[in-house]
Design a protein around this ligand. Structure first.
Ligand code: FAD
Length: 306
C-alpha cells in the first residue's frame, strides 16, 4: 500500500514540487545521491574506487518530453566521460543511461532520437575506454529498450542492459541475452507494474530472480547481480562458484548496505556501486523510499528532528 502510494507519487508533478521545495529533504536525499553536479560525482567516484569497489554513474533525469533537455543530458554524459578519463577512473567507472532521459518518450521520432543520442554516449564511452549500461524503466519501455540495445550492440558490442525479475517475460529475455559478450544487470524491478505483466508477491519475485540468475550464470555472458538481498547474493555466489571471478559482478546502489559492499569487494569479488548525481533526483529518490518502509520513517524523523 505504502509502496504503491510512493510509486504513484514518484510520477506526480504536484507532489514533486512539494518534496523538492522542502529544504529539509536535502539531507535525506544525500544518503542516496552523490551531489548536484559532475564535480561531486567525480569526487564520490574517487572515494568509492579507493576501497576497491567499481562504479557506474547515472546522470539523474527521466521521462523528458523536451528534445533540448534530451540533448543537454547527452552533453552532461559527454562531459562526465571526459572527466572520468582525466581523473584516470575510466577503467573502473562506467555509465548507466535511462533512454527516457535522452528522448525515448518524445512525441515525434522518440525512439530514433533516443537511439542516436545513446549512440553519441556510447561512442564517447568507447573513446575513453569504458562501457555503457541501459537502465530499464517501466514495462511499456522494455521492447523499445531491448530493440535499441540490439541496434547499439552492432557498433558497440559491450553495451549492457538491465532486466527486471518481477516481469514475467524476463526469464525468456535472460535466455535471449545469455550469450557471449552480453552484459546483463539483473535487478528485482522498481516500478509499479500490473499483475498482467509482473509478479506482485515478493516471494514470487525472488523465485523469478533465482530462475533468471541460473540462466545467466549458466550462460556465456557477463551477469551483473544487482541486489542488496543477502539471500540472493548468497545464491548468486553459489551459482557462480564454477566461474572465473572476473566473469560476473555484484552491484548495489550508492548509500545502501555500504559495509556489505566493502565486504564483498574485500573478498576479491567485483563489486560495482550505482552512483547517481544531478538535480533531477525526485523520481529516483521516491523509488528508494518505496523499496523500504524504514526509509520513509528515516525521512520523516529527519524532517521532524529539525
Ligand atoms: P529488496 O528485497 O528490496 O531488499 C533487500 C534488502 O536490501 C532490504 O531488506 C534492505 O536491507 C536493503 N534495501 C533494499 N532497498 C533499499 C533501500 N531503498 N533503502 C535501504 N535499504 C534497502 N530497478 C529498475 O526497475 N530498473 C533499473 O534499471 C534498476 N537498476 C538498478 C541498478 C542497480 C545496480 C541496483 C542495485 C538496483 C537497480 N534497480 C533498478 C532497483 C531494483 O530493481 C530494486 O528496486 C532494488 O535494488 C531493491 O531490491 P533488492 O534486490 O535490493 O531487494
Amino acid at each position: 500500500m505504502l509502496r504503491s502510494t510512493l510509486l504513484a507519487a514518484s510520477r506526480s508533478g504536484a507532489i514533486r514540487g512539494l518534496v523538492e521545495r522542502t529544504p529539509l529533504t536535502r539531507p535525506v536525499v544525500k544518503r542516496f545521491i552523490s551531489g548536484d553536479d559532475v564535480d561531486a560525482a567525480i569526487a564520490t567516484t574517487g572515494e568509492v574506487l579507493a576501497d576497491g569497489r567499481l562504479v557506474t554513474l547515472d546522470h539523474l533525469g527521466e521521462d523528458t518530453r523536451d528534445a533540448a533537455q534530451a540533448t543537454a543530458t547527452v552533453d552532461a554524459y559527454l562531459e562526465l566521460l571526459r572527466r572520468l578519463e582525466t581523473a584516470g577512473y575510466a577503467d573502473r567507472a562506467e555509465v548507466s543511461v535511462k533512454l527516457s532521459a535522452v528522448g525515448q518518450f518524445l512525441p515525434v521520432d522518440g525512439e530514433k532520437i533516443a537511439l542516436e543520442n545513446a549512440r553519441r554516449i556510447c561512442a564517447a564511452a568507447g573513446v575513453v575506454g569504458t562501457t555503457v549500461t541501459l537502465d530499464m524503466e517501466d514495462h511499456t519501455t522494455t521492447d523499445s529498450t531491448l530493440g535499441i540495445l540490439r541496434e547499439l550492440r552492432v557498433d558497440f558490442p559491450w553495451v549492457g542492459a538491465v532486466l527486471q525479475a518481477y516481469l514475467k517475460r524476463t526469464e525468456q529475455d535472460c535466455r535471449d541475452l545469455a550469450h557471449a559478450g552480453s552484459r546483463v544487470r539483473l535487478c528485482k524491478g522498481a516500478y509499479q507494474e500490473p499483475a498482467s505483466v509482473a509478479f506482485q508477491d515478493k516471494a514470487e519475485v525472488d523465485l523469478s530472480y533465482v530462475r533468471c540468475l541460473k540462466v545467466l550464470m549458466a550462460g556465456e555472458g557477463y551477469p551483473m547481480v544487482a541486489s542488496h538481498d543477502p539471500r540472493l547474493i548468497a545464491i548468486a555466489a553459489d551459482l557462480a562458484s564454477g566461474r572465473a571471478k572476473d566473469s560476473y559482478e555484484f552491484q548495489m546502489l550508492y548509500g545502501i548496505r555500504p559495509e556489505e559492499q566493502r565486504r564483498i569487494a574485500a573478498e576479491g569479488n567485483r563489486m560495482r556501486v550505482y552512483l547517481p548525481y544531478g538535480d533531477e533526483w525526485y523520481g529516483y529518490f521516491m523509488r528508494r523510499l518505496a523499496e523500504r518502509p524504514a526509509n520513509v520513517a528515516f525521512f520523516l524523523r529527519a524532517l521532524v528532528s529539525r
